[in-house]
Design a protein around this ligand. Structure first.
Ligand SMILES: NC(=O)c1ccc[n+]([C@@H]2O[C@H](COP(=O)([O-])OP(=O)(O)OC[C@H]3O[C@@H](n4cnc5c(N)ncnc54)[C@H](OP(=O)(O)O)[C@@H]3O)[C@@H](O)[C@H]2O)c1
Length: 258
């Protein structure tokens, strides 16, 4: 079975939910050259306790870095810090996982909710991709191999079927999350356009839907445990090639229609 062999990996929103589980599963299978930059907005706060505990188990494999997707200066600072730790082979894998949900319909959605979801789910990832692009380009060049893969240089955007034009209408009645759906649709377009820009550099970029998962965001009624969703997503990530560049898959590897 293919496993993620990227050497330098960065994950946003790594202190809880799917992000924490990604760090956990990667660090359990980590090899000597692999290093995970687990980013979160409050590394010393109570919400990051589980991540700090995980670092105690794998101190040489994980570094916690402060990154608030809503704060451009924090994104810049994080890139500076990570850049100083990376070395000449750059960053192989960037996972844009941090995200927030907001409920609402045309009648009830507030301007605040639209702005907040757009800031965290679209503008944040845009700034993160931009700041880390030089390190991804470095990794793509350093690999010396043709084609695309998550071991070479890749951006994985953890999106949602809520951002799918074709899938969201039928689930909207049960999940009236208009601000979230609109922001994730924007995130999907960001993925497609980043993929277009990154073709020449051979940096793979795609969107991944984790399934409906029992986290704070997914809620208790969700059908999947984080463990299963993340194991599936890591399998998908490990098997990516240029065939999936600019695409949208779910945690089982099935294509999601835009
Ligand atoms: N769970 C599902 O069913 C499901 C389905 C489809 C897609 N997704 C997507 O999967 C991703 C992870 O979701 P999850 O279920 O793990 O949610 P979660 O348990 O609520 O975790 C969200 C993570 O994002 C972080 N975050 C929020 N705002 C941030 C900001 N401004 N800067 C940095 N980090 C921030 C949170 O950090 P704090 O602790 O600081 O708040 C937390 O680590 C999201 O993008 C979500 O849209 C989830």
């Amino acid at each position: 079975m293919a496993v993620v062999k990227a050497c330098k990996i960065l994950i946003t929103g790594a202190n809880r939910g799917l992000g924490l589980e990604i760090v956990k599963q990667l660090s359990e299978n980590s090899f000597p050259k692999q290093h995970i930059f687990a980013t979160c907005r409050d590394p010393d706060g109570p919400k990051s306790e589980a991540l700090r505990e995980l670092v105690k188990k794998h101190p040489s494999a994980i570094t916690i870095i402060r990154l608030d997707a809503n704060d451009p200066s924090s994104v810049k600072e994080s890139a500076k810090k990570v850049g100083s730790l990376l070395g000449n082979n750059g960053l192989n894998l960037l996972v844009n996982n941090a995200g927030i949900v907001a409920n609402g319909t045309i009648q009830t959605t507030t301007v605040e909710d639209m702005k907040n979801t757009f800031n965290t789910n679209v503008i944040g990832p845009l700034l993160i991709i931009r700041e880390y692009l030089p390190y991804l380009q470095m990794a793509a060049k350093a690999s010396g191999t043709p084609g695309m893969s998550s071991n070479k240089a890749a951006v994985i955007n953890i999106s949602s079927v809520a951002g799918s034009m074709t899938r969201m209408p039928s689930i909207y009645k049960h999940f009236p999350t208009l601000p979230y759906g609109v922001s994730k649709a924007g995130f999907n377009m960001l993925t497609v356009l980043a993929a277009e820009e990154f073709k020449a550099d051979e940096i793979l970029c795609m969107a991944l839907h984790p399934g409906w998962v029992k986290t704070e965001l997914g809620g208790d009624d969700a059908t999947l445990e984080s463990k299963e969703s993340v194991a599936g997503m890591l399998r998908v990530i490990a098997n990516l090639t240029e065939m999936q560049h600019g695409g949208f898959l779910d945690y089982t590897g099935e294509t999601v229609t835009w």
